[in-house]
Write a protein that binds this ligand. Sequence first.
Ligand code: SF4
Ligand code: SF4
Length: 461
Amino acid sequence: MPDLSDRHIFIIPVQDKFLLHAPLLKLSALVNRSAAGAIRAALASGAAAENADSRLQPLLDVLRQPPLLPPAPNGAEISPAFLGIVTTRACNSACVYCDFGAPGASGRAMDLQTAVAAVDWYARLLKQQEKELLEIHFFGGEPMTAPAVVETVVHRARLVAARERLTPYFEISTNGLCGPALLAFLGDYVNRVVLSFDGREDIQNLHRPLRGGRGSYPGVFAAAQYLSDSPAQLVIRCCVSQINVDIMEDTARWFCETFNPSLINFEIMQPVESAAAAGLYPPDPYEFAANFIKARRAAESFGIKTVYAADLSTEPVYTSCPVGSDTVIVSPDGRISSCYLLPEKWQEVGLDLALGEMRGRRELAINPAAVQNIRAMVTNKPRCEKCFCRWSCAGGCHVGNTYPGCSADYSDYCRQTRIISACSLLDELNLPEMADTLIDDREALPALACRESDRLMEWEV
Ligand code: SF4
Ligand code: SF4
């Protein structure tokens, strides 16, 4: 358990004011420099209440409470946040920035016995642990190029859920290029469809061409239209490069006007070789953060939420990714891990995210020591120690951003996350106009984004 003392209280400069943020006490406030200094002095000296400005007393009363750590999975047994099924690593598209291993991947689909065994194991575990939600996420490659696996898992899960009185919930990440009959299946049987869709025709076709170079836009557009009218929740996952970063606001508005998404998820393009060869790079972090806030405002005007995965969370967390929350992801070859990437990807950065393997297609063998190791790994991220996002972003992607031995310096991902999170804090405090001014202030943004320590007690007034 981390030793916190008063190091969980953060102070973040926002132009000429400061955000006081103590996520483990669920406290945020906007204060001026002299109030921030007075709070710091009162906490440092343990000053009696009457020595501090009486208007600060309510804040000091909360800040002197013991912090509450987020709940972490505990006990020897694994307790998965969800079951992930990688139906196949194969894909019918040729997105230039794919790092799921699809371009060189075998077309092998998961064996149906393996898929059924995974569902049965998960349902048994949930029952033993007296849980109610049987939550399954499908990944690829493109998961719908192995439709029999998806259909088998959905029907099997519904059967065991009915028998064991569990509530089934399904989510799929897909490119939507699976044809009308399979789209209809997704619309009717899957709760949430996360559709990869990067925007208008020129961007979609540039980012996500089909094999052979044809554009994927007509098929994805049709899928988004169909899913908009289906019972499934449509989430649009839009990837942002240097090419579309400055049209994020327009893209969000167009998605809202044209389709019926329940959420729009913006994420940055991964800097992979194939993308660089096509002249595509991750966006500038300041531009991404500023345009994300503008896109959020545009979508809000339609009543639609825009999300960024590492943004502020409603509860403090040790991890914002599947790794560290006991997630069990089964690959087509029966390997079981906590991350959906190919093992080579984690091994490259010195991580071991394997959890176990299938035994003879019928039984999942989870290694308890691996579960404990991964749980411990996510609580130890030196780069994040002094960052005000450490209990929300909590390191982001463990493979791409906060792997063991990574630099202690902030990455571009950190800088954009810190700006977006500060804007979210201002929104929560009902100060959106301050966030809107902040994102256009090119002096204030680096001061916020690059600050080495956000700890109040290390702040030099
Ligand atoms: S240092 Fe970076 S990765 Fe860590 S919590 Fe902060 S923003 Fe996230
Ligand atoms: S480590 Fe990165 S790639 Fe793996 S599950 Fe977490 S966020 Fe995804």
